[in-house]
Design a protein around this ligand. Structure first.
Ligand SMILES: NC(=O)c1ccc[n+]([C@@H]2O[C@H](COP(=O)([O-])OP(=O)(O)OC[C@H]3O[C@@H](n4cnc5c(N)ncnc54)[C@H](O)[C@@H]3O)[C@@H](O)[C@H]2O)c1
Length: 248
């Protein structure tokens, strides 16, 4: 079969970029969609220099027009879509007492609405092809509520869990699988912004390793969900958290 066309939102950095690297190594076409244009150009260059088939599309996942332009570009360039990884996201530690409506809205717009808009835009491709694969990124915070991270982050990631199951149910008869990972704390730009003591405590509390996770440790599981190795799995949320939360 021809190479897969894979859109990775938030693909300029972190977990998205690690996934893009692995997909590119497999010979797939990777479309990086990110609003950080500097990092986007840098990551596109890095992947292209390694021989990858890569396209970078500046995108704000929170804006419908921007998302529509992204998927129009994918249709124009490749005429198909096989994989969508919704990794674009933001995180804030703002406590409840200090949380403004503006910050609440921004969080929901990027993490929850962004995941919805991109998944919705992928549906026409997937329904026409009768195949496709979506992987969303929730969080351990989306299962247990935020202590270090703010309530808006946790709520947005809980929303991503239900969105994952809703899209999985909606697309199941079309042969499309929709799953999510729920990472614990992972070392990326996102967590580099946390105060040292928070990062140190987060790492120390991971039973399996005593350190925060790496982007590769999450990307490996995303790759499993994209691959046929997980052909019988849909609507599932996989914990990738070093044992910090064990639930059913
Ligand atoms: N790092 C962690 O500890 C952790 C834990 C659980 C879940 N997650 C989730 O994993 C995903 C990836 O985060 P990361 O840790 O790799 O962080 P990161 O900051 O390295 O990557 C996030 C990327 O998303 C992009 N982005 C943010 N808002 C965007 C928007 N509106 N439109 C387009 N792009 C946008 C950023 O520019 C960045 O490149 C996020 O959804 C995050 O919430 C991260």
């Amino acid at each position: 079969m021809a190479e897969k066309v894979c859109v990775i939102t938030g693909g300029a950095n972190g977990i998205g970029l690690a996934t893009a690297r692995m997909l590119a190594e497999q010979g797939e076409i990777v479309v990086l969609a990110d609003w950080d244009e500097e990092a986007l150009a840098r990551s596109e260059q890095e992947l292209a220099a390694a021989g990858a088939k890569v396209l970078a599309v500046p995108t704000n996942v929170a804006e419908k027009e921007s998302v529509q332009a992204l998927f129009a570009k994918v249709r124009q360039e490749y005429g198909r879509l096989d994989v969508l990884v919704n990794s674009a996201g933001i995180c804030r530690l703002t406590p409840i007492d200090e949380l403004s409506v503006e910050e609440w809205d921004l969080m929901m717009d990027v993490n929850l609405k962004g995941t919805f808009l991109c998944s919705q835009a992928a549906v026409p491709f997937f329904k026409a092809q009768k195949s496709g694969n979506i992987v969303n990124i929730s969080s351990v915070a989306g299962k247990v509520g935020g202590i270090a991270v703010g309530p808006h982050y946790s709520a947005s990631k809980a929303g991503v869990i239900c969105l994952t199951m809703s899209f999985a149910k909606y697309l199941v008869k079309d042969g499309v699988r929709v799953n999510a990972v729920a990472p614990g704390p992972i070392t990326t730009n996102m967590t580099d912004e946390w105060p040292d003591d928070v990062r140190e405590r987060m790492g120390r509390n991971i039973p399996l390793t005593g350190r925060m996770g790496t982007v590769e440790e999450v990307a490996n599981v995303i790759m499993f969900l994209i691959s046929d190795q997980s052909a019988f799995i849909t609507g599932e949320i996989i914990d990738v958290n070093g044992g910090v939360l064990m639930d059913i």
